[in-house]
Design a protein around this ligand. Structure first.
Ligand code: MRU
Length: 354
């Protein structure tokens, strides 16, 4: 059983449970500063998810799990326990719509709460914290398995392009697409990584480079619009990206710009892999058309780090994710193995075998 005072992560994690509760590495300040946020109230957790202090589908799910514990701990004694739980649940569920790991974790949390609510606040809080630690550790394990499966697809010297940030920072630890990259590097197969900067919030430029530096993996940072040119010059051997939600037919929502890369990969015959744990596959969403796409503040497009780069009256649209249709995806790398098309069938088989 996990000691409920300690996070279980033996690997680097952007989420930790310390003596005073939930702490999150503030990713909005990376790479300039490494600052940890203390989250004492459910609003602190929800705010951190909304403004992307913690981000990446699996990391959002694990943070929400701990957020439910924060909710129960921070309520005053007179506050009805169920009411407190539901308020926290709703607050967290409303933070970001696309990453299915959020809802996946919250639904599980509700089941755990229901099983222990009648035993009182302390018992329910302890049970939820043990469950959250379990989820934290399980995500790291799933990512390590996923990384090992993905590395089998690589051949010596591969130059790999990736989009957004999918490393330890985006998960409970180790990473998904960046976990595959890390495993391939450890196996001596990886040549180097092309890192898309990932406008507008620059998760690639700020976070993926930060992680690759720490891992000692060679990379070159490129503008998002470089992908086509790199592929046409035969400088990319494979592409691996993460996912925020994979529909039952394999259609995949991921950071805006992923679809563009997939179309270019198809044009140039470059294998295009999606790497995600089974917790990111949403079998209740039949196709990509039903995946809700988050639309964020247009100011994130018209400004860069507080500096306005467009005329004051400029109208902007800021869709945070796009959907890559399943026919553009070569394989989906999961903790249960490498899934191949037709994905509807391989996904169903992977879940049946769990
Ligand atoms: O808006 P973000 O930074 O949360 O978007 C993150 C992504 O799109 C990642 O590729 C995805 O969540 C997979 S993270 C392992």
């Amino acid at each position: 059983m996990t000691d409920h005072n300690e996070s279980p992560a033996s690997t680097f994690s952007p989420i930790r449970w310390g003596a005073s509760g939930l702490e999150l590495l503030d990713q909005t300040r990376l790479p300039r500063e490494e600052t940890w946020l203390d989250c004492r109230l459910p609003g602190d957790v929800a705010g951190a998810i909304r403004r992307l202090s913690v981000r990446g589908a699996p990391a959002i799910g694990v943070t929400a799990a701990y957020g439910l514990v924060v909710g129960l701990q921070s309520g005053d004694e007179d506050h009805d326990l169920r009411e407190r739980f539901e308020e926290t649940w709703e607050l967290l569920a409303a933070t970001r719509p696309t990453a299915v790991n959020l809802r996946w974790a919250l639904d599980q949390g509700r089941e755990v709460f229901e099983r222990h609510a009648d035993s009182g606040r302390e018992a329910a809080t302890t049970a939820l914290l043990e469950w959250a630690h379990g989820l934290h550790a399980a995500d790291i394990e799933a990512n390590r398995r996923l990384g090992a499966h993905g590395a089998t697809l690589f051949t010596r010297g591969d130059r790999v392009l990736t989009h957004c940030n999918t490393g330890a920072l985006a998960t409970a630890g180790y990473g998904t697409a960046l976990g595959v990259i890390q495993s391939s590097w450890a196996d001596g197969k990886l040549g180097m990584v092309w890192v898309d900067e990932t406008r507008p919030l620059l998760q690639g430029a700020r976070l993926t480079t930060w992680e690759l530096e720490r891992l000692g993996i060679p990379y070159r940072l490129v503008t998002d619009s470089s992908a086509g040119s790199l592929m046409s010059r035969e400088l990319v051997d494979r592409i691996v990206v993460g996912a925020d939600r994979i529909a039952a037919n394999g259609d995949t929502a991921n950071k805006i710009g992923t679809y563009t890369v997939a179309v270019l990969a198809n044009r140039h015959g470059v294998p295009f892999y999606v790497a995600a744990p089974l917790s990111t596959i949403d079998r209740d969403t039949p196709t990509g058309s039903e995946i809700p796409i988050e639309e964020r503040d247009p100011g994130e497009v018209t400004e860069v780090f507080g500096t306005t780069i467009a005329p004051g009256e400029a109208a902007a649209a800021n869709f945070a994710f796009d959907v890559t249709p399943h026919e553009l995806i070569t394989a989906i790398i999961t903790d249960a193995g490498v899934l191949e098309p037709p994905f509807e069938e391989s996904i169903a088989r992977a879940f049946a075998a769990r």
